[in-house]
Design a binder for this molecule. Structure first.
Ligand SMILES: O=CC(=O)O
Length: 338
């Protein structure tokens, strides 16, 4: 029997057994980016379904009465079938800002609390949204390719881009992230307006109840809302035609908020002017048509990933798990408010 570094003669495995059990269905990207130990892996027993040879239901049934918490991330669903195998679970802590992978009504029905990444990523995601918008308008990536291909010397100047300042920017979803995008674009001299489920009392930006009307009254539409049954394909043919030939769309929310096939068609036929996309309907697969479009800027769903924010995230996740396990209020509890 090995002696561990606490001086006791119990193996690390035996000691781990006494720790509160937290189940994971998929490795959070942050584990490989900043290290699993940043998530206090010495304080919790992380049960990783993806490391087990057992089928998921068998694995969960084996541990069903000892798992108290779920650590969710990315697209792995936390649905009714899973929750019913875990009767002792009282909290789902997710490393994501988005909650579309979690069956929220089922959690509510079972009295399970939910905590997400809160405000941790808002600034980073807003920065990337503005970056994508500037890139599309000013053709940053496209002209970079032009220079690298030696075309500047061979063919002369690359066609000019379009000015950001003075553009009418329509924010779809004025939550934490949408608000950060709005503040940044205002500072760039844009005229901000928004669509949200409800008018926000704390801002004076013009509010459009109808997203189509918002699109008709802006030059750039920035999608910042979460994905739900209500918002799936909310940006459809009608909204894209309302945005029009000069209009640009940026999506840092979730791919399925836009009807992607329709967006591809609109871009191919010049019915909208360009797109900056960090998210896609069927990630990591991206419609091949985009690859040949110089007016489209593509980013592999990475708006949230900066080491600085991931460090804050790890503290928030650990804080949420500890708070739950000691019956204290969660640090970033999700409440259905908007
Ligand atoms: O997209 C990333 C997230 O929801 O955190």
């Amino acid at each position: 029997m090995g002696v561990n570094n606490t001086g006791s003669d119990r193996t690390q495995e035996e000691e781990q057994k006494d720790l509160p059990k937290v189940v994971l269905f998929r490795p959070p990207p942050a584990f490989s980016l900043i290290g699993e130990e940043s998530f206090a892996s010495n304080k919790f027993h992380f049960l990783k379904t993806y490391d087990s040879q057992l089928p998921l239901d068998q694995f969960l049934s084996t541990h069903s009465h000892s798992i108290k918490a779920i650590l969710s991330s990315g697209a792995a669903p936390v649905n009714a079938d899973i929750l019913q195998l875990l009767p002792e679970v009282g909290v789902v802590v997710t490393t994501s800002a988005g909650l579309n992978q979690i069956d929220i009504p089922e959690c509510r029905r079972r009295g399970i609390k939910i905590a997400n990444a809160g405000y941790v990523y808002s600034a980073d995601v807003a920065d990337l949204a503005v970056g994508l918008l500037i890139d599309v308008l000013r053709k940053v990536s496209a002209s970079d390719r032009y220079v690298r291909q030696g075309l500047w010397a061979a063919k002369g100047n690359y066609p000019p881009g379009s000015k950001l300042s003075g553009k009418r920017a329509g924010i779809v979803g004025l939550g934490n992230i949408g608000y950060e995008v709005a503040k940044r674009l205002e500072a760039f001299g844009c005229l901000v307006s928004y669509n949200s489920r409800k008018k926000k009392p704390y801002v004076s930006y013009p509010f459009y109840h109808d997203v189509c009307e918002l699109a008709a009254n802006c030059d750039a539409l920035i999608i910042c809302c979460g994905l739900s049954d209500e918002t799936r394909h909310m940006i459809n043919k009608q909204v894209l035609s309302a945005l029009g030939k000069e209009g640009v769309i940026v999506n840092i929310g979730r791919g399925a908020i836009i009807d992607e096939k329709e967006m591809v068609r609109c871009l191919m036929q010049g019915e909208i002017a360009g797109a900056g996309l960090d998210v896609f309907e069927n990630e990591p697969n991206v419609p091949k048509e985009f690859f040949a479009m110089d007016n489209v800027v593509l980013s592999p769903h990475r708006a949230v990933f900066t080491p600085e924010s991931l460090k804050d995230l790890s503290q928030l996740v650990v804080g949420n798990l500890e708070a739950f396990l000691s019956n204290k209020p969660l640090l970033s509890e999700y409440v259905d408010s908007e």
